[in-house]
Design a protein around this ligand. Structure first.
Ligand code: FPP
Length: 209
């Protein structure tokens, strides 16, 4: 979900306003994905590198996450959405951790689509942890690593979308993206909506797999 800062800058607004608009794009696209029947969707909301951002921006992003859970948990639950987190979210403040725990517990038995939020997530770290665990148990193979990944219980990654014109993976789902289709768009994340998601899916559908 890249481009919140640039979206705000274009409008002479503070970066926080870009992140706030980013949450609205999250809402719109989560709804659209559910209505389109997507089985699983992962949002890269906070990378392990994001701790290097200014303290105020980290506080703004954490505040938005809390707001999002408080405001939307009921809707997720009513729509049978199961929430999952990848990454070590225990690094966030206790209030955020408690809210996330509550959201996970509330939606744990839901059987509709899965919404995964990557928080304090970094793919290289995930791979190191998975390979270490696999080694402790015996042989290191693609299969023994895959079952130790944070995403072990999730379906294979088919399509990876990055907004804002950047064309790199930035430590996101590196292993899982091995056979994924990549979709890059110049659109800034706050402008992304159901139509933009449908365009990405159309592009995916037109590719030979
Ligand atoms: C990248 O844009 C975006 C982020 C680092 C944060 C994404 C977070 C949200 C959309 C809100 C919180 C998430 C949820 C799930 C409620 P950038 O700041 O790097 O933009 P720039 O590259 O234009 O500066």
């Amino acid at each position: 979900m890249d481009g919140n800062g640039r979206w705000a800058k274009k409008r002479f607004l503070p970066r926080a306003a870009g992140h706030k608009a980013g949450v609205e794009a999250v809402r719109k696209t989560v709804r659209a994905a559910r209505e389109m029947g997507l089985e699983c969707r992962t949002l890269y909301a906070f990378s392990s590198e994001n701790w290097k951002r200014p303290e105020q921006e980290i506080a703004d992003l954490t505040g938005l996450m809390k707001y999002f859970i408080r405001a939307d948990l009921k809707e997720f639950h009513e729509n049978n959405v199961r929430l999952r987190i990848i990454g070590d979210y225990s690094a966030f403040d206790p209030e955020a951790v408690a809210l996330i725990d509550e959201a996970l517990a509330t939606t744990a038995n839901n059987t509709g689509c899965t919404l995964v939020i990557a928080l304090n997530y970094g793919s290289q770290d995930e791979l190191v942890r998975a390979a270490s665990k696999a080694a402790q148990k015996g042989a290191i193979t693609a299969e023994t690593i895959a079952v130790e990944l944070d995403t072990a219980d999730l379906p294979p990654l088919d399509l990876l979308i990055r907004t804002s014109g950047e064309q790199r993976l930035s430590n996101f789902l590196l292993w899982q993206a091995a056979y994924a289709e990549l979709y890059f768009t110049d659109m800034l994340w706050p402008d992304f909506d159901g139509r933009a998601l449908a365009a990405a899916l159309d592009s995916f559908a037109a590719r030979e797999r």
